[in-house]
Design a binder for this molecule. Structure first.
Ligand code: SF4
Length: 116
């Protein structure tokens, strides 16, 4: 089986082909550099994403937030559930930690905008 992955590690966006036999990776081709191989391997074994969403602001409105590092894609619903329980009190500044070490992941959820 072959899987096509677009490497997002840099703007070149190489099309990387991962050839698999059952769960085992047999070959990785199409990447221009070693980062592409690492990216493809990670996409197959443990894909991660930077999480962006919003939290409620006390008194009305929403605050855009994001993870300060990529999180495992398979656990995103669990993280979203936790994030959506939160209401922040202004003022909040860009980069302020809204949730520290979400679900023991070692990753923080931080404000992506100021709310004064
Ligand atoms: S394989 Fe290398 S050159 Fe190609 S998109 Fe990924 S990081 Fe960029």
């Amino acid at each position: 089986m072959e899987r096509e992955i677009i490497c997002t590690s840099c703007p070149m966006g190489c099309h990387v082909t991962v050839t698999m036999e059952e769960e085992r990776i047999i070959s990785i081709t199409g990447n221009t550099c070693a980062r592409g191989e690492r990216y493809a391997r990670s996409e197959i074994t443990n894909p991660t994403r930077t999480l962006t969403t919003t939290v409620a602001v006390a008194g009305g409105g929403v605050l855009p937030v994001k993870s300060d590092a990529p999180l495992p894609k398979k656990s995103i619903p669990q993280y979203l559930e936790k994030i959506h329980e939160v209401t922040v009190e202004p003022p909040v500044l860009i980069g302020d930690v809204v949730i520290e070490d979400i679900c023991g992941s070692g990753v923080n959820i931080v404000a992506a905008q100021n709310v004064i």
